[in-house]
Write a protein that binds this ligand. Structure first.
Ligand code: AMP
Length: 112
């Protein structure tokens, strides 16, 4: 999508602090980190949110979770949280599917 921030980051049109990239997805550090380690993993193809996962794009999502596990391990995390906000009420501010990966501090439950 031409006006999508994360599509532009995926295309390299807007710089990001990349921690992993392949043909399917990109992982980069959140610009406003909420934990000592906080990165986002996005599909390069535009998907609006978890609510738009389908049988057709599900293989990319499975791949992304493998990337989350491997990248978290490589960044030294052995305990972390994976979060995806869906819709404005849940706090989604960028309408391109992304998984937050947060670690390096104690977490509380339930999230606010
Ligand atoms: P959400 O609010 O769940 O949609 O998450 C969007 C996240 O994207 C927020 O945590 C923002 O800090 C982050 N973000 C916004 N713009 C950028 C950017 N240019 N580079 C890295 N992270 C960003």
């Amino acid at each position: 999508m031409s006006d999508c921030l994360f599509c532009k980051i995926a295309a390299g049109e807007i710089p990001s602090a990349k921690v992993y990239e392949d043909e399917v997805c990109l992982a980069f550090r959140d610009i406003d980190p909420q934990a000592p380690t906080h990165f986002l993993v996005i599909p390069k193809a535009h998907i609006g949110s978890v609510a738009e996962i389908t049988p057709e794009n599900a293989p990319a999502i499975a791949h992304i979770f493998q990337v989350i596990a491997r990248t978290a391990r490589e960044l030294g995390l052995d305990s972390y949280r994976v979060v995806s906000n869906i819709g404005a009420q849940a706090g989604q501010s960028v309408p391109h599917l992304h998984f937050h990966v947060l670690g390096g501090r104690d977490m509380t439950w339930p999230p606010g």
